[in-house]
Design a protein around this ligand. Structure first.
Ligand SMILES: [Zn+2]
Length: 144
């Protein structure tokens, strides 16, 4: 379980650098090419000649552990998301967006590693299913 994204800047000659969170430099470039070809006709081969990619220091909050709709996720900052929160799920490089109301602090159990966005609601559900707790050591802490 991990956050797989890094932040890259893809620069096309004549344009400002485009921030591209991606798993690899090649994927960052391909994502930028797809955006570029919305407005300009350009083959990928030609794009490779016109562009450069470099890994850069990610902005604040990039990769922060959060819960989205109660499930573990990582925040993706540094890209345009409007009023939405950009995020990826564990081990995924597919960037998703959700309403800020769906985003909460991620809590992790010290005893068993269970993750939830709402420890109180999580315990209520466990009780409803006939369990006392997720484990005898249940101790929910905010994910570091
Ligand atoms: Zn537990």
């Amino acid at each position: 379980m991990a956050f797989t994204l890094k932040m890259y800047h893809v620069t096309v000659s004549g344009f400002p650098a485009s921030p591209q969170p991606a798993a690899t430099p090649a994927k960052a470039r391909a994502a930028c090419w797809r955006e570029y070809t919305v407005a300009y006709e350009c083959s990928f081969r030609e794009f490779l000649k016109r562009s450069t990619v470099e890994r850069v220091e990610p902005p604040k909050g990039f990769g922060e552990r959060i819960a989205v709709s109660g499930k573990a996720a990582y925040r993706v900052t540094g890209i345009h998301s409007g009023q939405y929160v950009a995020f990826v799920r564990e081990d995924s490089d597919i960037i998703l967006r959700s309403h800020p109301a769906d985003v909460s602090t991620l809590h992790v159990c010290d005893g068993c590693g269970r993750q939830t966005g709402d420890p109180v609601e999580d315990l209520r559900k466990l009780h409803a299913d006939g369990f006392r707790s997720c484990c005898p050591e249940r101790n929910m802490k905010v994910a570091a």
